[in-house]
Design a protein around this ligand. Structure first.
Ligand SMILES: [Zn+2]
Length: 101
């Protein structure tokens, strides 16, 4: 699956790149406006992983950065960030016109 090179998230242009496998499927670097995806994950996991990192970016812009949260808050946020991409990807696949809104 071909990755977009850049994604505008809020007011920031994020660079999207692949990274060598390190145990994380993806990574979001707020200060660098960079999203990296493991170049070895299966193709079906790419959109979910990309959305996972996009949601982290959105939350980071809203002030919910892992560095500012307690361990419990970080754990809850990660559960939410893990759950949302499956619904978002499915909604966009089931409703193509949603992409044009
Ligand atoms: Zn995460």
């Amino acid at each position: 699956m071909k990755l977009p090179k850049k994604i505008k998230i809020g007011q920031m242009q994020y660079v999207v790149c692949s990274m060598a496998a390190d145990g994380n499927w993806g990574m979001h670097e707020f200060g660098r406006a960079k999203i990296s995806l493991d170049d070895d994950i299966v193709e079906e996991a790419v959109p979910f992983t990309l959305w996972h990192e996009i949601i982290h970016a959105l939350l980071g812009q809203a002030g919910y950065r892992s560095t500012t949260l307690s361990d419990e808050e970080r754990c809850i946020m990660e559960k939410i960030v893990c759950a949302l991409p499956f619904g978002i990807v499915q909604i966009l696949r089931d409703n193509p016109t949603m992409r044009e809104l």
